[in-house]
Ligand binder design. Structure first.
Ligand SMILES: Nc1ncnc2c1ncn2[C@@H]1O[C@H](COP(=O)(O)OP(=O)(O)OP(=O)(O)O)[C@@H](O)[C@H]1O
Length: 292
């Protein structure tokens, strides 16, 4: 792989606040066009890691480069190639989406011609004239993403992009993230929603107590650590369809395997469905705690 394709690279990144070690030796890398998910429970160190990678706070140890720039020594260059969207919404509610973006263009000396392009990227061009206060939370989140894209960043950092959103608006935001990735953007996002990460991220790192405890594709993690199960639909001898019942069996458990063989021999099995382990199951198995 061409090393120029590595857009985010952290090596043994650490951060203490007072005596508290909040991030402890985090190493990770993300390639161009990849959506990388940093997953973990509250207080795990996700936001602190993003704040270091975006040059907002200095690491206490280790190093990191984003789009080739050192996050401590090349902060000015770094700011020009990254976009950052944090959780709190800080839009001008009374102004239209377009005006919100134009104000940012004016503040940062960017061409206003870019506004239509970013509105298209987040699929909000048709609502551009409406005041932001009339938008759903998902639409507001997309305006914030649009604003972070005005200066054509190469790497986008999203902290909990769907926190507090209902499932439909969260889906709109996920679609916007996918669209950006199609355009070649590298995205690092934090989330404690395992299903969201599973659907969206090419690669995820589990972080717990400031440590990365796993780092791989969601599929590999589920294959390596997840316990697949079977849902078996049974009918009891001499009874009709009404008395069907479902049982869940583990594929890695010899007692369950013997049970399934016995049911098959007795002709009780009506249907079998296989269930893949969820990323949440894997997280609990590896980290020993729930992700949220
Ligand atoms: N400026 C600070 N001063 C002192 N402690 C801090 C500071 N910022 C974060 N912390 C502490 O560091 C730990 C990790 O916080 P961080 O915000 O990185 O976690 P997180 O994984 O993003 O959690 P959440 O999902 O709740 O946002 C927490 O215990 C937090 O209280």
């Amino acid at each position: 792989m061409d090393t120029r394709d590595i857009m985010i690279e952290a090596r043994e990144l650490s951060r203490t606040f007072g005596k508290k070690q909040v991030v402890d030796g985090v190493s990770l890398s993300a390639r161009r066009g990849e959506i990388f998910g940093l997953l973990g429970p509250n207080g795990a160190g996700k936001t602190t890691t993003i704040r270091m990678l975006t040059g907002q706070i200095e690491p206490s140890g280790g190093s990191a480069r984003v789009a080739g720039y050192d996050v401590v020594h090349q902060r000015r260059e770094l700011k020009q190639v990254i976009g950052v969207v944090f959780e709190e919404q800080n839009l001008y509610e009374r102004l239209s989406a377009r005006l919100n973006l134009e104000v940012s263009c004016w503040l940062y000396d960017l061409p206003k011609t870019r506004v239509n392009e970013v509105l298209d990227l987040v699929r909000l061009r048709d609502r551009a004239k409406d005041p932001v206060r009339t938008f759903s939370n998902g639409m507001k989140q997309r305006v914030m993403i649009a604003r972070a894209l005005l200066h054509r960043p190469r790497v986008l950092f999203l902290d909990e992009p769907s926190r507090g959103l209902d499932p439909i608006t969260a889906r709109e935001v996920r679609q916007a993230v996918r669209d950006l990735c199609q355009e070649g953007m590298t995205i690092l996002m934090t989330t404690h929603l395992m299903e969201e990460a599973d659907q969206l991220c090419h690669r995820v790192a589990f972080i717990n107590n400031g440590h990365i405890v796993a780092n791989d594709t969601p599929r590999n993690l589920k294959l390596a650590h997840g316990e697949p199960t079977l849902t078996v639909t049974l009918s009891q001898t001499g009874q009709d369809e009404q008395s069907l019942q479902e049982q869940e069996l583990s594929l890695n458990n010899s007692t369950d395997q013997a049970q399934l063989e016995a049911w098959m021999r007795e002709g009780l099995v009506r249907a079998i469905h296989s269930n893949e382990a969820s990323l949440e199951d894997v997280f609990i198995q590896i980290a020993g705690v729930r992700p949220a």
